[in-house]
Design a protein around this ligand. Structure first.
Ligand SMILES: *Cc1c(COP(=O)(O)O)cnc(C)c1O
Length: 225
């Protein structure tokens, strides 16, 4: 596994997508999603120059965190059970999967400082996907104003599982549109400057449509231990 080589290739594609969309590469953060791979592979990613890691389970996060400490910026990207909040909260820098008030309340209660959260939005309306409906997102974000430890730094989505470019593009475009609406409200708890969207198969399109954080597993660190 040539993580370094993969990273170079991904950076090249990021650059191309940025050029196409007249954006700056500095605006894009690459999160290496290490949920499928070993601690060794995660280390390899850091040595290659990755600075952000993403995990989707408590076990994976805590195991890697124990070894890698706070060297990388840590992202929790998976659906989060309320009862797991307590054990992860001091070990993450960002939570990408806030999708219900009960979860926000628990994060708020357990946090000792403001926690940077993304609201996960189910743009593609697939039943299998987690996330809040587009039409409920603004009310949800407003409802969070009473929770001082929750900061909404952005919106996150998972695109439908498809090769159809137009479907993917539409999904990302709709999230961007929603972000603009949230930003217009100028809520003190929701600067909402980030867009977490784009994975191994669709990150170029996501960047063209406004992604600021892309979450890449398979194409960067592989998908087997
Ligand atoms: C696994 C996962 C990714 C990475 O997926 P790849 O297709 O392997 O790049 C990104 N985001 C979330 C939420 C994930 O669960």
């Amino acid at each position: 596994m040539q993580v370094k080589h993969n990273l170079e290739e991904i950076r090249e594609k990021v650059k191309l997508a940025c050029e196409k969309a007249d954006r700056s590469v500095e605006d894009i953060t690459i999160i290496a999603v290490t949920k499928y791979v070993t601690i060794e592979r995660a280390k390899e990613a850091l040595e290659a120059g990755v600075t952000n890691l993403g995990e989707n389970r408590e076990e994976g996060l805590l195991a890697k965190r124990e070894v890698l400490m706070d060297e990388p910026v840590w992202h929790f990207i998976g659906s989060l059970q309320t009862r797991k909040v307590k054990s992860i909260i001091d070990h993450v820098d960002y939570i990408h999967s806030l999708d219900r008030f009960s979860l926000a309340k628990e994060i708020n209660k357990r946090a000792v400082k403001k926690i940077k959260c993304f609201v996960q939005v189910n743009v593609s309306q697939e039943e299998s996907k987690h996330g809040i409906a587009v039409e409920d997102t603004i009310d949800f974000i407003k409802s969070l104003e009473v929770l001082p430890n929750i900061e909404i730094v952005g919106l996150m989505t998972m695109a439908p599982f498809t090769d159809e470019e137009e479907l993917l593009r539409n999904c990302f475009r709709n999230l961007k549109k929603l972000q603009t609406e949230v930003q217009k409200l100028a809520l003190s708890n929701a600067p909402c400057q980030e867009l977490s969207m784009g994975m191994s198969n669709d990150y170029s399109i996501a960047i063209e449509e406004g992604a600021t954080m892309i979450r890449i597993g398979t194409a960067l660190v592989g998908s087997e231990k």
